[in-house]
Design a binder for this molecule. Structure first.
Ligand code: GDP
Ligand code: MG
Length: 600
């Protein structure tokens, strides 16, 4: 295909504004799938994505579109996730494309992640085509949304030519989107005869084929059988299979400049495939790699431990496979006094953490305990050294600490005027400092500096409930600042449970300590003896709860002689046992560990 007939684009939007639905319509209109094969949200192939209705992995698909100008174009579409935790996936998709479709829900208007995504697209030098979605809704206000896009984002949108009005759900004007793509996005550039430079955009593990790599060819060409070299790691492989997603995996003989496709090359070492690396030909290497993109920095860490110690190696292998599929996820081996051998894992946010945990349990069938999520602190010691601390259990003795610094973020929150009061109260409760407050129509945009530590646990949930789901939120890392932080230990039956200890600001220590004890009281099942639950700073107890003793016979509450019901209860109890962790004499359910740390 000549370059002039190729268009590569991402779909970017705030969560729920309709990216995945639009992708479905584009695939349908281009006839890539038959009606029978078409199910809704085809690109959200992960079970978890379908269930939660969110896009986690950026997906790609090649479409063929016969345009009104009589020419047939190849369109490579990349769907991207909208949630703040997955910004890294977005940046990778953008690096593989020349343009973006900016989807804005015309009944909601511009939201915080609309802005965050647009800024990323502008940074990537993208041509941006605004699309006003959901015009079928009575509440849609396309004119107002056009004005907002011009005013807040600063790209032309007032003309019908500038921003396309569609309904991804009912299929109104999908052709208008395709025509705009073809007319307005620049074709890719590159020289098919130049030495190969292919950007490694993504990689994942396929149960049948092994490691699959997604590439965007920038310069040169790649053929089946070629010997490729990863420029950063130096690893070499023979290309067994080359193909494109249409959206089914479809083998091709070669890929040229501007094309996006996959490579299957019997790769054994997961670490050889670094996302952002440049792939070249071994016998004719490119003089220099492509600029690549910024490596991701995990901001939240927690320990993951197998409930069954025999699962340790399986966990290591599974984490390796997940990392291949998710370059923003980090892990290293760790041991805990209470939990044994496990891994310290780094994430981009709490949703990211939950998703990884759920994938480990569903896709790899692993039962795990997650310890309290922690941000990365800087501990300056009296001997003049500095330690990066991301495990509360490793906090040095207070006598050795000169000062501690914690990370802050800069957050933008957009919300209807009527909920602004709740948002400001939440931010100040979390030690926030207001930097700016402006208005876009009847919506306020508050910019706050907040300690990340106050945001990771449950800020997003809190914000949603304080605004009936209307607020949108986005953040960037800011700087480190000195802070009065203490470690709070949790003792169950007078034994410290290192997996539950956490670091908090001194002003919040009592409140959080009390909240966790109260939660654990509900989360730990009653046992045959009384259990004390305490929170302590050093040796000083700051909160206490007691769980009363109970008879263990669960069948006692079954009156009458229903044997099958009794058996069911006993079986349920047996299954429950497997998901428990023994601490001294006390069994704590796995689900208690993360649940205990979420605040009301
Ligand atoms: P994404 O998070 O941006 O991928 O959004 P989805 O494509 O998952 O859509 C979010 C919700 O909006 C779903 O319930 C869709 O059915 C709905 N939706 C998407 N497009 C339209 C539209 O044009 N009109 C209406 N009424 N609903 C839509
Ligand atoms: Mg989606």
């Amino acid at each position: 295909t000549p370059l002039s007939l190729i268009r590569n684009f991402s779909i970017i939007a705030h969560i729920d504004h309709g990216k995945s639905t639009l992708a479905d319509r584009l695939i349908e209109l281009c006839g890539a799938l038959t009606k029978r094969e078409m199910k809704s949200q085809v690109l959200d192939s992960m079970e978890l994505e379908q269930e939660r209705g969110i896009t986690i992995k950026a997906q790609t698909v090649r479409l063929t579109y016969p345009a009104k100008d009589g020419k047939t174009y190849i369109l490579n579409l990349m769907d991207t996730p909208g949630h703040v935790d997955f910004a890294y996936e977005v940046s990778r998709s953008l690096a593989a494309c020349e343009g973006s479709l900016l989807v804005v829900d015309a009944s909601q208007g511009v939201e915080a992640q609309t802005l965050a995504n647009v800024y990323q697209a502008i940074d990537a030098n993208h041509e941006i085509v605004p699309v006003l979605n959901k015009v079928d809704l009575p509440a849609a206000e396309p004119e107002k949304t056009r004005a907002q896009i011009e005013e807040v984002i600063g790209i032309p949108a007032s003309d019908p030519e500038d921003a396309v009005e569609i309904s991804a759900k009912t299929g109104i004007n999908i052709e208008g989107v395709l025509e705009a793509l073809v007319k307005r996005l620049p074709p890719p550039q590159g020289d098919a005869a130049a030495p190969l430079q292919a950007l490694l955009v993504d990689s994942w593990y396929d149960a049948y084929l092994g490691v699959i790599i997604l590439v965007r060819i920038k310069e040169g060409s790649l053929r089946k059988g070629d010997k490729i070299r990863m420029m950063e790691t130096g690893a070499t492989y023979h290309v067994d299979q080359l193909g494109v997603f249409s959206p089914k995996m479809t083998p091709v003989e070669s890929l040229g400049p501007g094309e996006i496709g996959y490579i299957n090359a019997a790769i054994k070492t997961v670490a050889d495939c670094k996302v952002g690396d440049t792939i070249t030909l071994d016998n004719r290497p490119a003089p220099a790699p492509l600029p690549g993109f910024k490596p991701s920095v995990p901001v939240v860490w927690c320990g993951l431990f197998p409930i069954d110690a025999d699962d340790f190696e399986k966990l290591r292998e599974s984490l390796g496979k997940l990392q291949l599929n998710d370059a923003s996820f980090h892990f290293e081996a760790e041991t805990s006094a209470a939990l044994g051998f496990g891994f310290r894992c780094g994430f981009l946010g709490l949703l990211h953490l939950e998703i990884i945990q759920e994938r480990l349990s569903r896709e790899f069938n692993l039962d795990l305990i997650a310890t309290a999520p922690s941000v990365v602190y800087r501990v300056f010691k009296t001997d003049g050294t500095m330690e990066l601390l991301h495990n509360p259990a490793d906090m040095p003795d207070t006598s050795l600490i000169e000062r501690i610094e914690e990370p802050w973020i800069k957050a933008s929150i957009m919300v209807q005027d009527e909920y602004l009061g709740n948002v400001l109260a939440l931010c100040s409760e979390r030690r926030g400092v207001q930097l700016d407050l402006t208005y876009v129509g009847n919506r306020a945009m508050a910019v706050y500096k907040l300690p990340l530590n106050e945001v990771v646990f449950d800020f997003y949930d809190k914000l949603k409930s304080a605004t009936r789901g209307y607020a949108s939120f986005d953040y960037q890392m800011d700087d480190y600042e000195e802070s009065d932080l203490v470690r709070i230990s949790i003792l169950v039956n007078h034994e410290p449970v290192d997996a539950l200890s956490f670091i908090a600001h001194r002003s919040a220590a009592d409140m959080r300590g009390r909240a966790i004890c109260a939660r654990l009281k509900d989360l730990i099942p009653r046992q045959l003896f009384k259990i004390a639950i305490q929170a302590a700073i050093g040796s000083k107890v700051i909160a206490r709860e007691t769980i009363g003793a109970l008879s263990k016979d669960v069948t006692a509450k079954c009156y009458g002689g229903d044997i099958s019901r009794k058996r069911k209860l006993l079986e349920k109890q047996k299954a429950g046992k497997k998901r428990m962790r023994q601490f001294g004499k006390v069994e704590i359910p796995q689900s208690a560990f993360l649940a205990a740390l979420k605040m009301d």
